[in-house]
Write a protein that binds this ligand. Structure first.
Ligand code: ASP
Length: 435
């Protein structure tokens, strides 16, 4: 009797889409944290477990999907795809900084008596890697080492080179053993990717608990008092994020380029967006982003297998936007006005900083030191906003992964690699394994 009840409760629970369950966990966890305070941080390990499970999937999912994608690419189509995607990633990041600057110029988020905080904060600094270093680091000295360390760019580089070589050898060889060996390689990659996507959804089931725990500990540690002075900054970032997602991604990309409904796109991207909000890491969210592209948005792996890992590493619109917002915030706190020339400088530094920012929690905050240095503003500002960064970072990361998916879907359309008869595009019917 009791066991029947348990089974039927479990079924009812599972019948609710995973993203709604995670959303509810997000809200309930936040409320619990605010209600009980510091004590809620005991839940942190459960949240950490969720993040570890997702992180565990990054390298295998990138290697498998990239390999199976490269099977269908020639060096010239790969070059064309790469050019398109890098150009769009850079343009959308520059627009994001402009949106961040415009919204915060309108709101002036730091103009309310925050000067006292400045006196207490420690100056922060970070070294930007040089351009030569960034380019050299794309090539791994040891491919297995790069994979073992979870370094995405060198892994992409090696897998693309290896995959293209396999495809070329297959074209040229008359040896059936080599040819069937190569087929097996590609088939293994295909099977491995499918298996990894299965695991993603299993991990997302656990994510309901994980997100509850993460949010409870964030708000438990921060508390309302720490957040209130920064409410305007949080609101500014939220408004900028909504404007950028609404105008650029939904208006420009989904309606303008894809000719599709914005609601379908949001429905297809929602697991990735909620995961990014919860774990503050575009790299950690990558397995979910890839599975959304595959199962919901109907994008072919030959495109997303390449563009999404690349996007999680170099495309950070939310992070770029934050540099613009924070620059105005810092100028407000100090009581100076940024000239138009200053603001142009912010755009270029912020785009470069966002490219160089790793898709991990809080890295955008460290990059802020570059923008502040450029503007000659006090580096203590980084210390001032660090307390609320766990909240701002969520908004940034959500914009980051949404941008990756919007650009990926657009580039996929240009290359005939998106199927608008499946997933969320066909009458809003979702093919997600989770539902
Ligand atoms: N947490 C962000 C990300 O992973 C980077 C940042 O701190 O802005 O996308």
């Amino acid at each position: 009797m009791a066991s029947n009840r348990i089974v039927s409760t479990w079924r009812t629970y599972r019948s609710v889409g995973i993203v709604y369950r995670i959303g509810i966990a997000f809200v309930l966890g936040s409320l619990l944290g605010l209600a009980v305070g510091e004590t809620a941080t005991v839940l942190q390990p459960i949240g950490d477990l969720f993040v570890r499970l997702l992180t565990m999937l990054i390298v295998p999912i990138v290697v498998f999907t990239l390999l199976m994608g490269v099977r269908q690419l020639t060096p010239s189509t790969l070059g064309k795809l790469g050019g398109q995607v890098v150009a769009l990633y850079a343009v959308t990041s520059a627009v994001a900084v402009a949106v961040g600057l415009a919204v915060s110029n309108a709101i002036q988020p730091g103009s309310r008596g925050l000067e006292s905080l400045l006196a207490e904060a420690e100056p922060q600094s970070a070294e930007a890697p040089s351009a030569t270093e960034v380019v050299l680091n794309i090539v791994p000295t040891n491919p297995l080492g790069a994979m073992a360390e979870g370094s995405v760019l060198p892994t992409i580089f090696f897998v693309v080179v290896f995959g293209l070589a396999l495809a070329l050898v297959q074209e040229e060889t008359d040896d059936p053993a080599i040819s069937s060996g190569i087929e097996t390689f590609f088939d293994l990659a295909e099977a491995g990717a499918e298996a990894m996507f299965k695991v993603v959804w299993g991990v997302m089931e656990f994510g309901v608990l994980g997100v509850f725990a993460l949010m409870a500990s964030v708000f438990g540690a921060a508390g309302v008092d720490a957040i209130v002075p920064f409410a305007l900054l949080i609101v500014t970032m939220l408004v900028a994020a909504v404007v950028h997602i609404g105008v650029v991604y939904l208006g420009g990309f989904v309606v303008g380029i894809l000719g599709q409904s914005p609601f379908s796109f949001l429905s297809g991207a929602r697991e990735a967006m909620v995961t990014a909000l919860s774990i503050r890491s575009s790299s950690g969210t990558l397995p979910v982003t890839m599975s959304d592209a595959d199962e919901n948005l109907g994008v072919a792996e030959r495109v997303y297998g390449f563009t999404l890992p690349l996007g999680a590493t170099i495309n950070m619109d939310g992070t770029a936007m934050y540099q613009g917002v924070a620059a105005i915030f810092a100028a407000n706190v100090v009581g100076v006005n940024l000239t138009l020339a200053d603001q142009f400088a912010v755009v270029s530094v912020a785009v470069l900083a966002s490219i160089g920012t790793a898709g991990v929690p809080g890295s955008g905050l460290i990059m802020l030191t570059l923008v502040l240095t450029q503007l000659g503003l006090p580096l203590e500002i980084v210390g001032v906003v660090a307390g609320v960064d766990p909240i701002l970072d969520r908004i940034r990361t959500m914009v980051n992964v949404t941008g990756d998916l919007a650009v990926t879907t657009a580039v996929a359309k240009w290359n005939g690699a998106v199927d608008f008869t499946t997933g969320v595009w066909s009458d809003g019917v979702r093919s997600s394994l989770a539902d």
